[in-house]
Write a protein of this length. Structure first.
Length: 281
């Protein structure tokens, strides 16, 4: 089984990179992609764990993008982590996330919610990419909610009065940077029901013209009709079709291996990559 979308505590997952690998082994996966938000921090630990566990690791990143207030997430597989343009984009995104987090927490605390900048910072591992899930974790720890999903539904969604945007590159720019870094860009859950707006067919066509390589069609947020539609779009645009769990440990209900990618799709991704290599046992 091949699962090409998982997060660790290097961003907003609840397990360390090695722990995600261990969970992948328990789930029966043969291939796992670690795709933390805007960071490669977990690659080394996950690579060592994968070699020791005897499974294959695909190093990746989930790059947060935005187009006219529409959130677009781009999975970047096998890029060169030292490529200057990629490094600059990721550093700007992480820096913006940090200041955005403080502003959201300040607004929430002013309304009496049991969070502070200090309590949220305590949820973020050193060097990890900060995000709204860390605010949710602080709210859970304070007893205000039982789970991250409840925190997002009540206070942390895109339409919440506490929401603050952060820097995110235009998706076309992100596709171009990932390609320049030798990576393989695949748009993540484009018809997700959990974000404001969806990625339209017109935007998918624009991204394909810029170098998009694939579409994550099989995902928890896509019903059968959405999967069929995205598969048809991918076929028409000659794009790879992937399936993934979008695993976050205990941070989401998503389970490793609940959606998977065909071996032929992974072979095509690997053939397109020139930035870094798949880690094999």
């Amino acid at each position: 089984m091949i699962d090409l979308h998982a997060h660790s505590s290097a961003s907003d997952g609840t397990e360390p990179p090695a722990g995600v690998v261990d969970s992948a082994v328990v789930a029966g996966l043969s291939v796992l992609a670690l795709t933390d938000h805007d960071t490669t921090l977990g690659w080394a630990e996950a690579s060592d764990a994968a070699r020791a566990a005897g499974i294959t690791l695909v190093p990746g990143i989930e790059v947060s993008c935005s187009r006219r207030y529409r959130s677009v997430h781009l999975l970047a597989y096998l890029p060169d982590p030292a490529h200057p343009e990629l490094v600059a984009e990721l550093e700007e995104a992480r820096s913006s996330r940090e200041s955005r987090l403080d502003r959201m927490v300040t607004r929430m605390a002013a309304d009496g919610l049991p969070v502070s900048v200090e309590s949220v910072r305590a949820e973020v591992e050193e060097g990890a990419t900060a995000g709204r899930p860390h605010i949710a974790d602080a709210l859970v720890r304070a007893g205000a909610v039982a789970h991250r999903d409840e925190a997002f539904a009540r206070w942390l969604g895109d339409t919440s009065p506490y929401y603050v945007s952060h820097y995110a590159p235009d998706p076309v720019r992100a596709v171009e940077v990932v390609r320049a870094a030798g990576g393989v860009p695949v748009v993540a859950h484009p018809l997700s029901r959990t974000r404001t707006g969806v990625v339209t067919d017109d935007l998918l066509e624009e991204l394909a013209a810029a170098g998009l390589a694939g579409i994550e069609a099989r995902h928890r947020d896509h019903d059968p009709a959405a999967v069929r539609h995205l598969t048809d779009v991918a076929r028409r645009l000659d794009l790879v079709v992937t399936g993934s769990s979008d695993y976050h440990g205990q941070g989401k209900l998503n389970r490793l291996g609940e959606n998977t990618t065909d071996p032929e799709a992974l072979e095509r991704i690997e053939a397109l990559a020139t930035g870094t290599e798949v880690v094999r046992p």
